[in-house]
Write a new protein. Structure first.
Length: 594
């Protein structure tokens, strides 16, 4: 490709930007952009000056010659109409003649205009003389011919000016194009290629190829960057070499520790590939080490039901996590699965990334067996206790009967005390029986459509006497048009009664307890709000545990009421909870699906 001078463009552009390897990139950018900016200014000045010259030539033609032709035409028109209105048309002719006298610009035009003035003086004296009119016309035509010749000459000058302007604009524009083309070809490559090479080298370093080096010969910013990069890679290589044995030793130590643990452990990477598995895990899944390591857990799950159950994530929406029943150690064993998600923050980054999971199976067989024994013992004892308690209550009724005989005040007080204690024992045995039924799965729930208003009213009526004894007001706040819930109304009412009994027990006299009913999402929420002393934040997560009682509270129960309440509600696919602040009262709640 050749330029206007016949020289190759690439040969010309190679001299626009310096090839000095020591020149900084910032200097090259400043020179290239500055030169391009300068050429744009020069092109703008040349274009503006050329337009100015063409405009001057055009205005000269308009002012000097076109106006004279216009005056001459009007003088000829008024000369032809002098017969009709001599005085008026002569004044018009005289007006344009005076304008022409002031617009004399061409050589010979002054003499022709003077001759026209002399002939016009004769016409004023004798306006009907046709020979004078003919002479005036010849004078006007002579003036017009002079201006027409001048227009042609000035038009040629303007054309020549335009051609010169086009030539200069083309030359300056070509130079700007050559500079811009040179910047377009050379500048991006000068900046992008080293960055691309450096990026590839960084990827190699990230892949632990610490022998990678960058070779930039330029003594500019990239040269400094390459030198720093190579130094970093060398130090990383030295560090890697010096710690290789140590890392290998630590790996062996961890493998030994994992293999000697009593709990089965399986390690997966973030793609589900099994990285390690200890001996206990191999025993229960029934596979050999070489059949497991490096294999996909999803692929093994197709032929191994246990692995399939292990890799399934726990359902976070499930209210109760059930243990796994696995035949191990010659008997049915129970294991609690725990999946630990392993995350790290890579060096130089801020965001955590997942690198895999560790599945731990905790053997809880011994605890499960003890729990079964405890449950059977509680059920047996509770059942056996109900008979003597019933006999005691019957005996009390006989003692209170007037036909049996009169009692003095001390005897009546003893009977009342025995009656309260037997009632308390009966309540405890009832709770223990309910608990044992829940744990053995023998409890039967009658799930049906239940009106939440009726459940609340039933519970309030059940504790009304207890509330009146302490002059506590029970207030119901319920949203209108609440839907029915899927629940066992009897068991749900028992839970609400338990909530209200606790609230009354721990509330001061003449206080107010609020029972609130509201709909949230697709659930109906039952809340019991009291103004008692509240619960310390340390104990809020434990109040629904079996046999737990808040330290410092009245020891009037077994600590099973809230635990049984939780079991009842969760058996109906509901949720329970408490919100409390020490000294500000408590809000116990449970929710059921509509």
């Amino acid at each position: 490709m050749l330029d206007v001078l016949g020289k190759p463009i690439l040969d010309l552009t190679t001299h626009i930007l310096p090839k000095n390897k020591n020149m900084r990139i910032k200097t090259k950018l400043n020179l290239g952009v500055g030169l391009l900016f300068l050429m744009i200014i020069i092109l703008s000045l040349v274009s503006g000056y050329s337009v100015f010259l063409i405009k001057a030539d055009t205005e000269n033609i308009l002012k000097a010659n076109y106006n004279t032709l216009e005056y001459s035409r009007n003088m000829i028109l008024s000369l032809d109409e002098i017969k009709k209105s001599p005085d008026n048309k002569i004044s018009v002719f005289k007006e344009y003649l005076e304008k022409q006298t002031q617009n004399v610009t061409e050589p010979g035009e002054k003499e022709a205009t003077a001759k026209l003035e002399n002939d016009f003086l004769l016409l004023e004296k004798n306006s009907s003389d046709e020979s004078i009119k003919a002479q005036i016309r010849q004078d006007i035509f002579a003036i017009m011919k002079l201006n027409l010749d001048a227009i042609k000459q000035k038009s040629d000058i303007a054309k020549h000016t335009a051609e010169n302007a086009n030539l200069w604009i083309a030359i300056v524009g070509s130079l700007c194009f050559l500079i811009a083309f040179n910047l377009l070809v050379n500048l991006p490559n000068n900046i992008a290629n080293p960055i691309k090479e450096l990026t590839e080298s960084i990827k190699e370093i990230a892949n632990k190829n610490y022998s990678e080096r960058v070779h930039f010969t330029n003594h500019n910013e990239y040269g400094d960057l390459a030198k720093s990069f190579n130094t970093m890679a060398q130090k990383l290589q030295e560090y890697s070499d010096s710690n290789l044995y140590k890392l290998f030793f630590e790996k062996k130590r961890l493998e030994t520790l994992i293999n000697n643990m009593n709990d089965p452990i399986i390690g997966l990477d973030n793609d589900g590939i099994i990285l390690f598995v200890n001996d206990e895990a191999l025993k229960i899944i029934g596979l050999k080490l070489e059949d497991v390591i490096g294999k996909s857990a999803s692929a093994l799950a197709h032929s191994n039901d246990l692995i399939r159950s292990l890799i399934v994530k726990n359902d976070t929406d499930s209210p109760k996590k059930q243990p796994l029943k696995i035949y191990a150690h010659g008997k049915e064993s129970y294991f609690e699965k725990e999946i630990l998600n392993i995350t790290i923050i890579p060096t130089g980054e801020e965001k955590e990334i997942n690198i895999g999971d560790v599945i731990i199976l905790r053997n809880i067989t011994l605890f499960k067996e003890l729990d079964f024994a405890k449950t059977n013992f509680i059920a047996t004892v509770s059942h056996e206790l109900k008979t003597p308690i019933a006999s005691i209550k019957l005996s009390l009724q006989l003692l209170e009967n007037a036909k049996t005989g009169d009692m003095n005040d001390d005897q009546k007080q003893l009977v009342e005390s025995i009656k309260d204690d037997s009632q308390r024992l009966l309540k405890i045995t009832g709770e223990l029986l309910n608990l044992s039924q829940l744990e053995t799965g023998n409890i039967q729930l009658n799930i049906e459509k239940s009106n939440p208003h009726e459940i609340v009213n039933y519970a309030v009526e059940a504790v009304k006497v207890q509330a009146d004894q302490k002059q506590i007001q029970l207030v119901i706040h319920a949203d209108e048009n609440l839907q029915d819930v899927k629940a066992d109304s009897e068991k749900t009412g028992w839970v609400l009664i338990n909530y209200l009994s606790n609230a009354i027990r721990y509330s001061s006299e003449k206080s107010t307890i609020v029972i609130q009913l509201k709909k949230e999402n697709n659930q109906i929420v039952f809340q019991v709000i009291d103004t008692g002393k509240g619960i310390d934040a340390r104990y809020k997560d434990k109040v629904f545990d079996k046999y737990f009682q808040v330290p410092g509270s009245q020891k009037s129960g077994t600590g099973l009421g809230l635990a049984i309440s939780k079991e009842f509600i969760e058996a109906q696919n509901g949720n329970v909870g408490v919100e409390s602040n020490l000294g500000l009262g408590s809000t116990f709640w449970f929710s059921l699906k509509v």
